[in-house]
Design a protein around this ligand. Structure first.
Ligand code: C2E
Ligand code: MG
Ligand code: MG
Ligand code: MG
Length: 285
């Protein structure tokens, strides 16, 4: 758009331009072409149910296979995509890739859900839920095999529209989880106001579990409270056996993290034949 071009030009001629600005400028310019050339790919991190130790789902994490800069992780381009508005188009590309992968799993008889991260800016569009349901139909994907991960800012920023979209999608059978809980200012009050199925405890909270042999009272009470509210609890960033032991004792339902597996490529995931036993994950440390 003219506004974006204007902003780009200003930056381009800005004498204080530093290396980071130049990189940002060229990344922003490359977004459109990256979409056209399908440079975005998803990696998949297993989510394990702790009582059975079976993989029940995967989180889709986007990466950008950039022709010049190599494989870029989301922290390098998602914030920029959000500032420039490109996140809406990128979000649809991610959902399309997720549908393609789910269709492949269906063909292989793999039973697992796929969780996709959704930005607040996507949820502010009134037609988001309708269009997503159409996409699922187009790919022949059951609604209950897709989960959306949202952050609290999604709802704080665009309350009405975001909640309408989420309510409609949940009624259609999708799962909704609240990501990064405990990282920001999320009050417990949100948990009751939102149409949620799961709560994901942020890895900064999980990291505290490794520092002592006591269980962390904050993690433990978060799990108890979430379960009282009828939510399942997912721990993210589980890196050690000690953390896993604490989480099982505290009654946490699901976990993901490097202790089980790093995010896998689609090819790696398909080599992992049974798709269900955590002990057989290809990247187990
Ligand atoms: P997130 O949704 O909280 O995803 C978890 C992040 O933690 C991922 O980083 C994952 O690779 C990393 N992680 C998983 N296990 C461990 C562990 O044991 N230790 C540590 N230190 N890290 C672990 P990643 O892939 O770099 O993604 C970063 C963030 O980018 C995500 O945080 C999410 O907020 C965002 N993101 C990723 N994909 C998408 C997307 O398709 N759309 C949007 N809007 N955001 C995305
Ligand atoms: Mg997430
Ligand atoms: Mg998270
Ligand atoms: Mg995060």
């Amino acid at each position: 758009s003219a506004k974006q071009a204007g902003r780009g030009q200003y930056r381009f001629f800005d004498p204080s331009l530093n290396k980071v600005d130049i990189e940002e400028f060229s990344l922003e310019q490359a977004f459109g072409q990256a979409l056209k050339e399908r440079q975005f790919v998803l990696h998949y991190q297993p989510q394990i149910r702790l009582d059975s130790m079976r993989v029940e789902g995967y989180e889709a994490l986007v990466r950008w296979q950039h022709p010049e800069f190599g494989l870029l992780y989301p922290d390098r381009f998602i914030p920029l995509a959000e500032r420039s508005g490109f996140i809406v188009a990128l979000g649809w590309e991610v959902l399309r890739l997720a549908c393609e992968e789910l269709a492949r799993w269906n063909a292989l008889g793999v039973q697992a859900w796929l969780a996709v991260n959704v930005s607040p800016l996507q949820l502010r569009h009134a037609d988001f839920s309708y269009r997503l349901l159409q996409e699922l139909q187009r790919y022949g994907i059951r609604e209950n095999s897709l989960e959306l991960e949202i952050t609290e800012t999604a709802v704080l920023d665009y309350e009405g529209q975001a909640i309408d979209n989420l309510t409609r999608l949940r009624a259609a059978g999708l799962s909704i989880s609240l990501d990064d809980f405990g990282q920001g200012y999320a009050g417990f009050s949100h948990l009751q106001a939102l149409p949620l199925n799961r709560l994901k405890i942020d890895r900064t909270m999980i990291a505290q579990l490794s520092n002592s042999h006591d269980d962390s009272p904050i993690v433990t009470s978060t799990i108890i409270l979430a379960k009282r509210l009828g939510l399942e609890v997912v721990a993210e960033g589980v890196e050690t056996r000690e953390q896993l032991v604490c989480l099982r004792l505290a009654g946490c339902d699901l976990a993901q993290g490097y202790h089980f597996s790093r995010p896998l490529t689609s090819a790696q995931l398909r080599e992992y034949a049974p798709f269900s036993n955590a002990a057989e994950l290809p990247c187990e440390p």
